[in-house]
Write a protein that binds this ligand. Sequence first.
Ligand SMILES: Nc1ncnc2c1ncn2[C@@H]1O[C@H](COP(=O)(O)OP(=O)(O)OP(=O)(O)O)[C@@H](O)[C@H]1O
Length: 333
Amino acid sequence: MPATVMNTTRNATAAPAVSVTGLRKSYGDKTVLDGIDLHIPAGSIFALLGPNGAGKTTTVQILSTLVSADADSGRVRVAGHDLATDPQAIRAAIGVTGQFSAVDGLITGEENMLLMADLHHLSKKEGRRVAAELLERFDLTDAAKKPASTYSGGMKRRLDIAMTLVGDPRIIFLDEPTTGLDPRSRHTMWGIIRELVRDGVTVLLTTQYLEEADELADRIAVLNNGRIAAEGTAEELKRIVPGGHVRLRFTDPDAYRSAASALQVATRDDEALSLSIPSDGSQRELRAILDRLDAAGIEADELTVHTPDLDDVFFALTDTTGTVPAQTQENAR
Ligand SMILES: Nc1ncnc2c1ncn2[C@@H]1O[C@H](COP(=O)(O)OP(=O)(O)OP(=O)(O)O)[C@@H](O)[C@H]1O
């Protein structure tokens, strides 16, 4: 059972941009997707996180109509259209940039853009206007007349997304959008993705970077062995793995000792005068700790909540046996 947590993020009430139930895909006798469910609210950023070979690209390929799902697969709706009966309407509503860029290195950035405008049947005049506007928006105007093969990795990614936007898609699939980019280009790309969503676009991105999912995504699904191992906001996912604790620090040794006896489960650090209490960081648990301190008439000088980071989540949920540790499942309920 995947760990699912209630959606409290923006646009939670909007009709889902992507809705998937029981999606299956096998290559020969290898099951790549073993019945996955995804519900992506319109206007949000959704990250599909998982180790190599988990099935992230396959999911994107199916949702973007490039690869077909198994015949006995469940239901997929993208932008309100049924994948089985109306793939053409889905194609018209989406944009895809993959790990292997659509950019043609032999022609200039501007020519790549104009080619896309032609593919979308824009008039010559409209095509030139849209190309110039997008090249400007993605800071490529100065390089527009140069062959794309001379562009840096970051410039090529920006051109790739600009080309995708020529068709004005409402949903964009980004397969590992920042793989191979340096930190500055990665941050630029994050800014671009956030801007797309501000304009009302829905983004589904795949990534192997936990930091990227943490930074960008409204919701994250961790894919492992063809199944969704857990789904929720970054904060919610961090709460389902063990390791979270509340730390209390004191300057007064008497207060420290009183607190240690009032909170019997605490791990003591007598030198630092600090106590560490296992906690999921929830309001309920914090209140229980504070109530105990209040009842004993003690005030801590500092209280910090430590939640596991996404690395902990990733390792806990994508262990090599493919099973979620029992304790994690328990905490997720
Ligand atoms: N056309 C294909 N024929 C056979 N097997 C395939 C095909 N495409 C993908 N697979 C297999 O499906 C599994 C999932 O691949 P997929 O590319 O979706 O994973 P991924 O999560 O995107 O991995 P990565 O992070 O390495 O890109 C892999 O074991 C892969 O070998």
